[in-house]
Design a protein around this ligand. Structure first.
Ligand SMILES: [Cu+2]
Length: 405
């Protein structure tokens, strides 16, 4: 073995080209450390925005410091001993530590103290995180594949919050992205959650289908949403601002496409937002099981074809595109094409029923949670797009009639 390694080593250390290469690699490594090359990257966890995340941040720094100190002390001692007392210098051990009770006691007690010193503040923070008492406002958060719903039950309204990054930035299989990715790519939503600054906000987190996670790092919240259970968690934002997060569980095909945006407003702005939202969201059904409240206003609306298509394409983009695709061609074997579909080209009622009830046992779930006018618009859109030219317009009243039945 030795005879083989020696010559190889000689070639390596003597070869000028190799040395040049090594120098190049080293230079490249140095270049990476120039701050410019790293602009836009953060090395630490994000700046805290709540007292809890402040505590988490503090714990992170404290424990990192303890680990770094242990690392430096242990490795310096080790390398010092290895170097200073190496065999080639002819050093002979004059002390023997084998079976030393004193040493064993010391190396048990010191780590014990270190662990306790880390466990006490960590436990305190965990207890604070779980203390959801005395909330100022409560918001119910329902996760579903793939978006969020926020219910401000005390104010009698709720709304869905979906990804709003356009598909032209994301692209799809067979359809590459046509637009530059924006600054908040995959972190933008249509309707953000809004809370008042300096108030204890309690979240009741649950899920409509699979396990999701409501995760906003700067608010110090990462809470499972589990179907059939309601978990509570809280935060209190220090300052007004916008906080971004994402679902933290791998919850299916589009798990990376369910961002969270929380906007913290001053108390006056929050009160204004509540009033506006009552008007904007109040008329919609609260949950899929309460379709009766689908608004009366909707039912009186009469769409023209152009109007319905204009609204419909937005509803389609937010709710259907992931499976049936922009092209309406779906994905063979998994999601049927709507373009050319007999159901879509066929009678209005049959298609409304598919949307209201879903197809049990398949990925096509009920979309009864959309309002009458939203469903009317999206159905009209599918009936008059791609290869479908039925000219049929579905009106909110048509949806309402079948919803009641
Ligand atoms: Cu999820």
């Amino acid at each position: 073995m030795q005879t083989m390694i020696r010559p190889a080593l000689n070639i390596l250390t003597n070869c000028a080209l190799c040395r040049l290469k090594a120098a190049g690699v080293f230079a490249a490594m140095c270049a990476c450390m120039v701050p410019n090359a790293w602009a836009g990257y953060d090395f630490n966890i994000p700046q805290p925005g709540t007292p809890i995340s402040q505590q988490i941040y503090g714990l992170h720094m404290y424990i990192l410091f303890v680990c770094a100190a242990i690392f430096v002390i242990v490795f310096s001692l080790m390398f010092y001993s290895i170097f200073k007392f190496r065999k080639s210098k002819g050093v002979k051990p004059d002390v023997n530590f084998h079976e030393s009770t004193l040493i064993e006691i010391i190396w048990t007690i010191i780590p014990f103290i270190i662990l306790i010193a880390m466990a006490i503040p960590a436990t305190k923070t965990v207890l604070d995180m779980k203390d959801t008492s005395n909330p100022d406002i409560t918001v119910k958060v329902t996760a579903y594949q793939w978006g969020w719903r926020y219910d401000y039950s005390a104010e009698d309204f709720g709304f869905y919050s979906n990804l709003s990054t356009p598909w032209s930035q994301i692209g799809q299989p067979g359809t590459p992205a046509t637009e530059e990715k924006g600054k908040d790519y995959l972190l933008e939503v249509d309707n953000a959650m809004v809370v008042p600054v300096g108030k204890r906000v309690r979240l009741l987190v649950t899920s409509n289908d699979v396990i999701h996670g409501w995760y906003v790092p700067q608010l110090g919240v990462n809470q499972y949403g589990i179907p059939g259970f309601i978990k509570d968690v809280w935060f209190k934002a220090n300052e007004v601002g916008t906080f971004k997060g994402q679902c933290s569980q791998i919850c299916g095909k589009l798990h990376g496409y369910m961002p969270i945006t929380v906007i913290v407003k001053s108390e006056a702005d929050y009160a204004k937002w509540i009033e506006e939202s009552k008007v904007k969201f109040g008329a919609k059904p609260l949950t899929a099981s309460l379709p009766a409240s689908a608004s009366v206003e909707d039912a009186n609306k009469k769409f023209t074809l152009a109007e319905a298509k204009e609204v419909g394409i937005k509803i389609y983009a937010a709710n259907c595109i992931a499976c049936h695709q922009t092209t309406g061609k779906g994905m063979p074997g998994a999601f049927p094409a709507l373009s050319g579909s007999k159901v879509v080209q066929g009678p209005i009622d049959a298609q409304i029923n598919v949307l209201l009830n879903g197809r049990p046992g398949t990925a096509m779930v009920s979309f009864a949670r959309l309002s009458d006018s939203e469903l009317a618009a999206v159905i009209t859109y599918t009936k008059n797009s791609w290869d479908n030219n039925t000219g049929k317009i579905v009106q909110p009243a048509d949806v309402k009639a079948l919803r009641k039945a």
